[in-house]
Design a protein around this ligand. Structure first.
Ligand code: BGC
Length: 514
């Protein structure tokens, strides 16, 4: 079993580059790609709490919300309202599949640009919405934007970054997501206080700002050396590699990229090939990581923190404020991952964060269960409500340095070039599908499962932690085009990787790694 747990895979080269200003600036701008996703994640929950918005588009929900003696668990249960939130994720799912072809054939930056552009148009539809159709069309366009950006940005960052800092650079995507969420929550806090329809219009319309940032960013960004080689621009690729690595001594890495590209040229149909047994480890991990990421239950907090806090008896303004606090904590704690992921590795963060989330979820479930019981009526005291908020923060912190950033990092770095774009599209599609499902079902689940909902997610966190322990090899510091060696050295996945893919047999690899 040793192969699964090694942090330094035998035979893997360590290039050990210095950090150059160029790669820093490039990845900084590239990470903007997370802003649109984050802005949307953060804005929806607050907007669907604004009374003028509900009166205008969802009068039934508005009436129900106002009515006294509602069961606390069911106050906000409306399929139509959740469809507003979750329609975006279905659209993102569809567009990520198209994005994979654009990312591969035209380069990573054009997918980013298209993402920013469709998001921009969507924000205009939403900000000026006159009816529910405009609202939904806007959401779908926003979704297309998110699909394109999420498919291309993590791959862009992983390919640009020096191998020994890939985790930190890729985590910039998650930092941007959370930054987007926090900014959106702050905007909601202020716009919610405006009278009439102007508040929600500003909140939704301001999505055009991150959209423009990505469009402009994508126009000035260079493409990755990997993508340039893949598309036949070999000389340009070498110059690019030299300039981002800050040295002319890049022959070894360049050779690896060229070999990877040669191999990838044999593969004409990434979508068909990804189903071959030799890609089974990557395919399975790429499907399970986003599935598990969503089954941590994080988006119950992201979308519905204001709703949840109102359910706990907070006033509307206090609820938005608490949502802001959890967002800021998530942002700060994401930096823990940025600074440790390349030192301690992915596995340590996954395992520690998982245990922390598990414990806090159980505690939240118990507290809410004791206070509201199964009937769902009752009042919660100030101290208890604050304790629940504190537990939610502990849970969010655990996610922030584990499943949040690593949910995007790991799938973007584990696949060989020939299937990387397709694999990343699968990652986004699975992520979006389960984001949709959780968003769509959460309020109904809360209404029916009550506090048991927290135990439901806790069971999944338990399962995913075991899964990581057994099935995920450590990928820190491993050059992206040498990842096959990591799989080959793994106690279980080794059998799927042909010897010629790494030039050595699984038994030898495992022997060396003990
Ligand atoms: C997840 C989102 C989540 C966000 C903030 C991302 O990594 O994919 O679903 O809303 O983190 O918590």
């Amino acid at each position: 079993m040793a192969g699964g747990f090694v942090s330094q895979t035998p035979g893997v080269r360590n290039y050990n580059y210095k950090l150059t200003p160029k790669v820093f600036v490039t990845c900084f701008i590239g990470a903007f790609g997370g802003l649109i996703f984050g802005y949307d994640l953060g804005i929806s929950g607050g907007v669907t709490q604004m009374e003028p918005f509900l009166e205008e588009f969802f009068p039934d929900v508005h009436r129900k919300m106002k009515s006294a003696h509602q069961n606390e668990y069911c106050r906000f249960d409306s399929q139509l309202l959740t469809l507003f939130t979750s329609s975006l994720y279905l659209a993102a799912l569809v567009s990520s599949l198209f994005a994979s072809t654009i990312t591969r054939v035209f380069g990573r930056k054009w997918s980013m640009f298209l993402g920013g552009f469709t998001f921009f148009v969507g924000s205009a539809f939403n900000g000026f919405a006159q009816n529910i159709a405009m609202l939904l069309i806007g959401r779908i366009l926003l979704g297309f934007g998110v699909g394109f950006a999420n498919q291309s940005v993590p791959v862009y960052l992983s390919e640009m970054a020096p191998p020994n800092l890939r985790g930190a650079f890729n985590n910039g995507f998650q930092v941007a997501i959370i930054f987007g969420i926090v900014v959106a929550t702050i905007i909601n806090y202020f716009t919610a206080q405006l009278k009439g329809n102007i508040g929600w219009r500003i909140s939704l319309g301001l999505a055009c700002v991150p959209a423009m940032m990505i469009m402009i960013g994508a126009l000035i960004l260079p493409d990755t050396p990997n993508s340039l080689i893949e598309r036949g621009f070999t000389d340009k690729a070498k110059q690019m590699l030299q300039s981002i690595r800050g040295t002319n001594e890049v022959d070894e890495e360049f050779q690896d990229l060229t070999d990877a590209s040669e191999e990838s040229k044999q593969v004409k149909h990434p979508w068909k090939n990804i189903l071959l047994p030799r890609y089974r480890p990557q395919l399975i991990i790429t499907c399970f990581i986003p599935f598990f990421q969503q089954l941590t239950g994080i988006n119950v907090i992201t979308f519905y923190a204001p709703v949840l806090f109102q359910t706990l008896g907070f006033r509307s303004k206090a609820s938005l404020l608490s949502a802001m606090v959890t967002g800021i904590i998530e942002l700060l704690c994401t930096f823990v991952s940025v600074f440790t992921v390349d030192r301690f590795g992915r596995r340590v963060l996954f395992l520690q964060g998982g245990i922390q989330m598990l414990i806090s979820q159980i505690a939240i479930g118990v507290m809410i269960g004791v206070k509201f019981g199964t009937v769902g009526t009752g009042n919660i005291g100030k101290t208890d409500a604050n304790l629940i908020v504190a537990l939610i923060c502990i849970y969010v912190a655990g996610f922030a340095w584990s499943w949040g950033p690593l949910g995007w990092l790991v799938p973007s770095e584990i696949s060989p070039l020939e299937i990387r774009s397709a694999a990343q599209a699968i990652n986004v599609a699975v992520n979006m599908f389960f984001t949709f499902l959780v968003a769509q079902l959460f309020l109904t689940m809360l209404c029916h499962m009550k506090f048991g909902l927290f135990f439901f997610f806790a069971v999944f966190v338990f399962i995913m932690t075991i899964f990581i322990y057994l099935m995920l090899p450590e990928t820190k510091n491993v050059p992206i085009e040498e990842m096959n060696r990591v799989w080959k050295a793994h106690w279980f996945w080794g059998r799927f990787i042909p010897d010629e893919a790494v030039g050595v047999s699984a038994a030898e690899m495992q022997q060396k790694s003990v």
